[in-house]
Design a protein. Structure first.
Length: 228
């Protein structure tokens, strides 16, 4: 399996398969939203677009990075989201890096959005579909975020069928700048459990797939059974 690891701005053209990685915290939050019952997640290109989408569709839930803001129902924190009841709801998500990365490759035939919480299922889906060439979009810090790169490399190893030990990759993520900023309270809209939740390997048995629906980029969970 041919794997490339690129920052958002380094992606040129439309990749055959894209795995967009945002560990802390966009796609950990997305996975938790599905765990809490969300039907789908719509990615917004801006805060104004997120609010406009919510305004046109009563019942939708809008979520953003940082501190709470008027019109938004939740913030981009797994620790804060895990107690919400999202049963049957549509979540509109706008974040600084993760949603930007996914929208940058939205036209790829297969787009997966990943963090450690869905790493195993993501790798299994790539294997099951026989993906020969995969572009991993490392969304944080212009492609240099250690937690995102570690997760991407771990998924790539698992997808290639390697017996990859997760511990070194999780340690790299735990020592990242993002983890330190969350632990120190530098980032607004955070919960003390966010780092631990973002590093919970294979918490969920599904992959998160992005596709185009009525001109919107929509995330949905796809169950990927473990090999027996």
């Amino acid at each position: 399996m041919d794997s490339r690891f690129l920052g958002i701005d380094e992606v040129a053209g439309v990749p055959a398969v894209a795995v967009v990685v945002d560990v802390m915290r966009a796609f950990t939050v997305a996975a938790w939203a599905f765990e809490r019952g969300a039907e789908k997640i719509v990615l917004a290109g801006s805060l104004d677009e997120a609010l406009a989408l919510k305004a046109r569709r009563p019942g939708w839930v809008a979520l953003k990075d940082g501190a709470a803001a008027p019109g938004f129902d939740a913030v981009n924190s797994p620790g804060l989201l895990r107690d919400l009841d999202l049963g049957g709801r549509t979540v509109v998500q706008k974040t600084t890096a993760g949603t930007v990365g996914a929208l940058a490759v939205k036209d790829a035939p297969l787009v997966l959005c990943a963090g450690f919480v869905v790493a195993g299922a993501t790798a299994r889906l790539l294997r099951d579909r026989g993906c020969g060439s995969v572009t991993y979009v490392v969304t944080g810090e212009d492609g240099r975020a250690e937690e995102d790169l570690a997760c991407a490399q771990y998924i790539a190893g698992r997808a290639a069928g390697e017996n990859t030990d997760a511990d070194p990759y999780l340690r790299r993520a735990a020592g990242s700048r993002a983890a330190a900023e969350l632990a120190q309270g530098v980032r607004e809209g955070a919960h003390p459990d966010d780092v631990a939740l973002c590093l919970e390997l294979d918490r969920f048995p599904f992959a998160v797939v992005a596709s185009q629906e009525d001109s919107l980029t929509v995330l949905r969970p796809v169950a990927v059974p473990a090999a027996t």
